[in-house]
Design a protein. Structure first.
Length: 280
């Protein structure tokens, strides 16, 4: 049996434990340069979960059902070494990909993060981000709306907010398969929206953003695609304004230590591109 045909793995995921004093949760974006820790007023609680490998079953999930969807498509840009070149080459390719895969009329990238795992390294500045081993959702409804205001012209915003809009994260391995610390995604249909989500302030130097931290729920169903290759990518829905009770509107996700990772697997490298996605 191929190791990639493993059906499920048992792994430890880090969930959220709220501030003991009842105050609003917060976390700093920038880590302390000495300790490598980000200031925060809450704790992580480890929980062991089963994570299903969807290799060969990729079509059992989609953006509007589970909140994420896997695709295979090579791109021309492969170096991911220079921010300006990424913007010039990878952004346009990704815009066309997302339009094709979603049917969106307009796609606007607003930032990206490259993550390269560096065991033992404390520096986690913007150029040296590492995988995030914490269950979370990138945006709340309010922060998604704020992103439209932040990145689109003031004249366009009212009309754009009246239509359907999303924030989607396009996640792709760089240069080698992602066996090391892969990405786990939680099926939206198993999340208790009223109970599992905790708005958490994300403190930038000049402003506050907002994400959702996630409380443990034994009903959560976790999935991953073992050994994702550079020609594969996953679209992760961070927010969807189409809140009709049937459509997935977000995806909890996290990096995790896969106990079946080959001992000689290279350290994970990946890029995530965040996009505003609009529909006519």
């Amino acid at each position: 049996m191929s190791v990639d045909s493993i059906n499920t793995v048992a792994a430890t995921l880090q969930y959220f434990s709220p501030p003991k004093d009842g105050s609003k949760a917060y976390m700093a974006v920038d880590a302390d340069p000495v300790t490598g820790e980000r200031a925060r007023n809450w704790e992580s609680i480890p929980h062991q979960v089963e994570i299903e490998n969807l290799r060969g079953k990729e079509d059992t999930v989609s953006l509007d059902t589970a909140g994420f969807q896997f695709f295979r498509r090579a791109v021309q840009h492969r170096s991911f070494a220079n921010t300006e070149v990424i913007k010039e080459e990878y952004y346009p390719e990704s815009i066309e990909l997302v339009k094709e895969m979603t049917g969106a009329s307009r796609v606007v990238p607003f930032d990206h993060t490259i993550r390269r795992r560096r065991p033992g390294e404390i520096d986690d500045t913007e150029e040296k981000r590492q995988p995030v081993p914490q269950v979370h959702i990138d945006q709340t409804a309010q922060s998604a709306k704020n992103r439209v205001h932040l990145h689109m012209s003031a004249e366009e915003v009212p009309k754009l907010l009246q239509g359907r809009y999303q924030i989607i994260n396009l996640w792709r391995p760089i240069s080698r398969p992602a066996y090391d610390w892969p990405l786990a995604l939680c099926d939206y249909r198993t999340v208790a929206r009223e109970n599992d989500l905790v708005p958490t302030a994300l403190k930038y130097a000049d402003r506050d953003g907002e994400t959702f931290s996630i409380l443990y729920n034994p009903n959560h169903k976790w999935k991953y695609l073992r050994g994702m290759e550079p020609d594969e990518f996953v679209l992760i829905k961070c927010f969807d304004s189409k809140d009709d009770g049937a459509t997935a509107i977000f995806t909890p996700h996290t990096a995790f230590e896969d106990p079946t990772t080959p001992k000689d697997a290279p350290l994970r490298e990946s890029i995530e591109l965040r996009l505003l996605v609009f529909y006519d």
